[in-house]
Design a protein around this ligand. Structure first.
Ligand code: 3HC
Ligand code: NAI
Length: 697
C-alpha cells in the first residue's frame, strides 16, 4: 500500500507492517499508510482480525520530531488513532523495542497489545516540552488509572513490559517471533469470540479513586520540582480532562493544550537538545569507514575519586577492569570504595546484591604495570601534575600491548605533551569524565594533535558503550566545559564584589533553570580548587585581566566550603543544606573596597547577562578556534555536564534565542565598562553584524 506501511493477509488475519527506519517514527508517510491499511483491512470481508507489527529495531518510537514546527499534514496522528480504535475487527499491536509517544498512542488505540519481555513503553513527550497529543492523556488513564498515568506522563519515563503487563497496558508478554506471536494471539481472540475492545470506551479504572487529589498532589510536586517548565502542568490539565470530560471533549482539550506546548519556546529548546545530543556523537571529518578497535578489557590508573567512578562505568558496561594503584593499601582502598559505591545503590534499591557481586567480579586491583599488558584501553586518573602523568605514560608505553588505547582523564593539562611521553602518540586520547564519573553522562573526548582517526573513533565508541554522551573536543586549557565555566565562575565572584549576595546570584540562576547556583556548587566542590586556578592566573595573566579577591579572603578565614562547614553558606554538621553565612558580609565589603567598587543593588537581568553572556562569549571563541565542532556540541556539554537547563537549549542556543546582536551589544558595553575579560569574540561580532545565528554556522 505504501513503501513504509504494507498490508498482507495470512488466512483471515490482516497483517499491517511498518518499516520506516531507524525508529519507525510516525511521519506523514507512516500515518497515511496506517490509515489506508487499517481501512482496507476493515473493508475486506475475508479479514476477521488485524495484527500491527513493526520491522527493525523497535516498534514506533513516536511522532516524527523533525516535522514539529512545520505546517501540519493530514491525516494527523489523532485522526489515525481514532480510525484504528473505531474499527470493528479486533486489532492487536505487537510491541518490541520501545513504543514511545505517538507509538504507544497507536498501540493503545489497537484493541489488544502483546509485547516482548524486554520492550519498554512510555509517553516521553514532556521531555520535548510537549504532552501526548494523540489521545495518550485520555487513553492511558483509562488503562492504568489517573495516578499512575500522571506519574508516567509528567516524568516521561518509560516502564518495562512486565510492569506494563501488571498494569494492564499489555495483555500478554511474548518471547518468540513477533509476527507468529501476533497471529497466534489474534487467532486465539477469534476462537474465544473476542471482538473489538476500545480503550476510549473504558471507564472502570477512572472510578473509585481520588483522581482530583492525585491531580492536586501532582501539581504541587511540579510547582516544587520543576518550576518554570511549561509543559508538565499542561500534562496534568490534559489528564484531568480524562475524568472530568467525556472522551471526545477530553481529546479536544488535549489537542488545545498540545497546541500551546507546540508553540512554546521551551519545545524548540528541548527538541534542539534532543537532536544536538545525537549530532554530537558524529565527528565531521572522520571517514565513515574508519575502523573501530575491539574493547574487551580495560585498565584505570589511580583509584581515587575519578578512577573508581571510571572503573565502575566499565564494569557497568560488562567490561572487566583493573585498577592500578601505588601501593597494595591504596589498591585495596580503591576496591573498597567501588564496593561502597555499589552498596549505596543496593541501599537505595536501584541495584540488587546479586548485580553488585557480578559487577565487583569485573573489577580487580593491581600494583604492577605488567598486569596491564593485555588490556585494550587504559584510562589514567592520577594526580593532576605533569611529572606524575609523565611517569605513568612512560610506564604504560613500556607495558601495554601494541594497539592499546592510552587515555588520560586530565582536566586541564596539555594532552599533546602527555602523548609525547610515549612512542605512540597516535594511540593517546583524552577521556575527560565528570565527577561523579559513574553518574554524570558527559564525556569530553579530547583529540590530540597526533590522535589517529581509528583511536578517536574507538574512543567515541567506548563512550557509547559506557552510555555516556560523548562530545569530541580539541586541546586547550580546560577543554570546552571547564574553559567556559572559568568565565562564569569569575563573573559570579565579581557580582559579589559589586553588591550581590551568594543567595541572590544562586537564586536568580536557579530560577533561570540551572540545577545549582554557582556558589552552592563552589561550596560543594571546595573553594581550594577555584583558589588554585585564581592563584595561577594571578601569576600568569597580563595586568589588565583583573581578578576577584573574594576566594583568597575566604580561604584566609578558613571558609573552604562544605568540607569546613563554612563557605559562601554555612552548613550544620552532617547537613548539606546551605544557610546564610553571617560572617560573609564583612568579607564581601572588604573585597569591594579593595576593588574600589561601591556596592549596589543588582538586577536579576544583569546577573543573568554577566554570567550567561560570559559563557556565550567564550563559547564563540572556542568555536572559532575549532576546539568544538559545532555550537550545538557546546550546548550538549553544558546540558549534560554543568546543569544548564534543557528548556533553555544550552548557552549557544540561548544566545540565538535572545538575539546574537543583542548579546554582542551587551558584551561590548561590558567590555567598555569592565575591561579585558569582555573583549567580544570576533565570531560573535561577525554573526551579529551579518544578522546570523550560531545555528546558521
Ligand atoms: N522522530 C524522528 N527521528 C527520531 C525519533 C523521532 N521520534 N526518535 C529517534 N529518531 C532518530 C534519531 O534522531 C537518530 O537519528 P540519527 O541516526 O540520524 O542521529 C535515530 O532515530 C536513532 O535514535 P537514537 O540514536 O536515539 O537511537 P537509540 O537506539 O539510542 O534510542 C529511542 C532509540 C529510544 C527511540 C530514542 O531515539 C528516543 O527516545 N526517541 C524519541 C522518542 C520520543 O520522544 N517520542 C515521542 C515523540 S513526540 C510524540 O510522539 C508526540 C505525539 O504524542 C503526538
Ligand atoms: P584523587 O586525588 O582523588 O585520586 C588520585 C589517585 O591517583 C590517588 O588514589 C593516588 O593514590 C593515585 N595515584 C597517584 N599517583 C599515582 C601513580 N603514579 N600511579 C598510580 N596511582 C597513582 O584525584 P581525582 O580527583 O580522582 O583526579 C584524578 C584525575 O582526574 C586528575 O587528572 C584530575 O584533574 C582529573 N579529573 C578530576 C575531576 C574531579 O572532579 N575530581 C573531574 C575530571 C577530571
Amino acid at each position: 500500500m505504501s513503501d513504509v506501511v504494507t498490508l498482507e493477509r495470512q488466512g483471515d488475519i490482516a497483517v499491517v507492517t511498518v518499516n520506516n527506519p531507524p525508529v519507525n517514527a510516525l511521519g506523514i508517510a507512516v500515518r497515511e499508510g496506517l490509515q489506508n491499511c487499517f481501512k482496507a483491512a476493515e473493508a475486506d470481508p475475508e479479514v476477521k482480525a488485524i495484527v500491527l507489527v513493526c520491522e527493525g529495531m523497535t516498534f514506533m518510537a513516536g511522532a516524527d520530531i523533525k516535522e514539529f514546527g512545520k505546517p501540519p499534514k493530514s491525516p494527523s496522528l489523532p485522526e489515525v488513532v481514532a480510525g484504528i480504535e473505531a474499527g470493528n475487527k479486533p486489532s492487536v499491536a505487537v510491541i518490541h523495542g520501545t513504543a514511545l509517544g505517538g507509538g504507544l498512542e497507536v498501540a493503545v488505540s489497537c484493541h489488544y497489545r502483546i509485547a516482548r519481555k524486554d520492550a519498554k513503553v512510555g509517553l516521553p513527550e514532556v521531555k520535548l516540552g510537549l504532552l501526548p497529543g494523540a489521545g495518550g492523556t485520555q487513553r492511558l488513564p483509562r488503562l492504568v488509572g489517573v495516578p499512575k498515568a500522571l506519574d508516567m506522563i509528567v516524568s516521561g519515563n518509560p516502564i518495562g513490559a512486565p510492569e506494563a503487563f501488571e498494569l494492564g497496558v499489555v495483555d500478554k508478554l511474548i518471547e518468540g517471533d513477533l509476527l507468529s506471536e501476533g497471529i497466534a494471539f489474534a487467532q486465539q481472540l477469534l476462537m474465544d469470540g473476542k471482538g473489538a475492545r476500545r480503550t476510549g470506551e473504558r471507564t472502570d479504572k477512572l472510578e473509585g479513586v481520588d483522581n482530583a487529589g492525585a491531580v492536586a498532589a501532582k501539581r504541587a510536586e511540579i510547582e516544587k520540582k520543576m518550576p518554570g517548565l511549561f509543559s508538565p502542568q499542561r500534562c496534568v490539565s490534559a489528564v484531568e480532562a480524562s475524568f472530568t470530560l467525556p472522551l471526545e471533549e477530553g481529546l479536544k482539550r488535549e489537542r488545545e493544550l498540545f497546541g500551546e506546548c507546540l508553540t512554546s519556546p521551551q519545545r524548540g529548546a528541548l527538541v534542539h537538545a534532543f537532536f544536538s545530543e545525537r549530532q554530537a556523537s558524529k565527528v565531521d571529518d572522520l571517514p565513515k569507514d574508519t575502523p573501530v578497535r575491539e574493547i574487551k578489557s580495560a585498565g584505570v590508573i589511580g583509584g581515587g575519586t575519578m578512577g573508581v567512578g571510571i572503573a565502575i562505568c566499565f564494569a557497568n558496561a560488562g567490561i572487566p577492569v583493573k585498577i592500578l594503584e601505588i601501593s597494595s593499601e591504596a589498591r585495596d582502598k580503591a576496591i573498597d570504595r567501588a564496593r561502597d559505591t555499589y552498596g549505596m545503590s543496593v541501599k537505595r534499591g536501584s541495584l540488587t546484591q546479586d548485580a553488585l557481586e557480578k559487577r565487583m567480579g569485573l573489577i580487580s586491583g593491581v600494583t604492577d604495570y605488567a598486569d596491564l599488558g593485555d588490556v585494550d584501553v587504559v584510562v589514567e586518573a592520577v594526580f593532576e601534575e605533569m611529572g606524575v602523568k609523565q611517569k605513568v605514560f612512560e610506564a604504560l608505553d613500556a607495558n601495554c600491548k601494541p594497539g592499546a588505547i592510552l587515555a588520560s582523564n586530565t582536566s586541564s593539562l596539555d594532552l599533546n605533551k602527555i602523548a609525547e611521553f610515549t612512542k605512540r602518540p597516535e594511540d593517546v586520547v583524552g577521556l575527560h569524565f565528570f565527577s561523579p564519573a559513574n553518574v554524570m553522562r558527559l564525556l569530553e573526548v579530547v583529540r590530540g594533535e597526533k590522535t589517529s582517526n581509528e583511536v578517536l573513533a574507538t574512543a567515541m565508541a567506548i563512550g557509547k558503550k559506557l552510555k555516556k554522551v560523548s562530545v569530541p573536543v580539541g586541546v586547550c586549557d580546560g577543554f570546552v566545559g571547564n574553559r567556559m565555566v572559568f568565565q562564569y565562575g569569575r563573573e559570579s565572584e565579581f557580582l559579589l564584589e559589586e553588591g550581590a549576595t551568594p543567595a541572590q546570584v544562586d537564586g536568580v540562576l536557579k530560577k533561570f533553570g540551572m540545577a545549582m547556583g554557582p556558589f552552592a556548587m563552589r561550596d560543594l566542590s571546595g573553594l581550594d580548587i577555584g583558589l588554585a586556578i585564581r592563584t595561577r592566573q594571578r601569576q600568569t595573566l597580563p595586568a589588565e585581566y583583573k581578578l576577584p579577591t573574594i576566594l583568597d579572603k575566604m580561604a584566609e578565614a578558613g571558609m573552604l566550603g562544605q568540607k569546613t562547614g563554612k563557605g559562601f553558606y554555612v552548613y550544620e554538621p552532617g547537613s548539606r543544606t546551605p544557610q546564610e553565612n553571617p560572617d560573609l558580609p564583612p568579607i564581601l565589603e572588604a573585597a569591594s573596597k579593595e576593588q574600589g567598587v561601591e556596592r549596589q543593588q543588582l538586577s536579576d537581568e544583569y546577573i543573568i547577562e554577566r554570567t550567561i553572556y560570559a559563557l556565550i562569549n567564550e563559547g564563540a571563541k572556542i568555536l572559532e578556534e575549532g576546539i568544538a565542532q559545532r555550537a550545538s556540541d557546546i550546548d550538549v556539554i553544558y546540558l549534560n555536564g554543568y546543569g544548564f537547563p534543557a528548556h533553555q537549549g544550552g548557552p549557544m542556543f540561548y544566545a540565538d534565542a535572545v538575539g546574537v546582536d543583542r548579546v554582542y551589544a551587551k558584551i561590548c558595553e561590558f567590555h567598555d565598562k569592565l575591561g579585558a575579560w569582555w573583549k567580544p569574540a570576533p565570531l560573535l561580532e561577525k554573526l551579529a553584524k551579518e544578522g546570523r545565528k550560531f545555528a546558521d554556522l
